[in-house]
Design a protein around this ligand. Structure first.
Ligand SMILES: [Zn+2]
Length: 131
């Protein structure tokens, strides 16, 4: 399965999409479970929340999705709609929030390193459109 998918990919993504492929397989498992529970025969669209710092590359995710989804009954030709979720960090010293991508782990308001990521790691199915 894995080797097959890698083989199917264009040369430029060779070896770069193992992470994304694992996520796609996990998503398909989840969707097939939802499909069984709700007696769905086909899903036409899946909306996924994808955090900016989740480490997932949307392009690779789409490639893997297309390859894997078309090999299932339930998800054949289903569209994957990826919604980017901005990464936000909160500072424990001053209580303010800021963009994680821009400033990293140091608070730009007070300079404190005592900060916690609020969101930006999500890889979550938000919506499913069944036929
Ligand atoms: Zn601060």
């Amino acid at each position: 399965m894995w080797a097959g998918c890698t083989w199917m990919q264009p040369a430029h993504v060779w070896g770069a999409n193992m992470h994304e492929l694992g996520i796609v397989f996990h998503m398909i498992d989840t969707l097939e479970e939802i499909g069984r529970e709700n007696e769905l025969t086909a899903i036409s669209r899946v909306t996924l929340d994808l955090g900016e710092v989740s480490g997932v590359l949307p392009d690779y995710l789409q490639d893997c999705w297309r390859w894997a989804a078309d090999r299932t009954e339930l998800l054949r030709s289903a569209t994957l709609d990826v919604q980017a979720i901005e990464a936000v960090t909160v500072c424990n010293s001053c209580g303010r929030t800021y963009g994680t991508i821009e400033y990293g782990k140091t608070c730009p308001h007070c300079g404190s390193p005592d900060t916690v990521l609020l969101r930006g790691l999500e890889i979550e199915i938000r919506e499913i459109e069944a036929m």
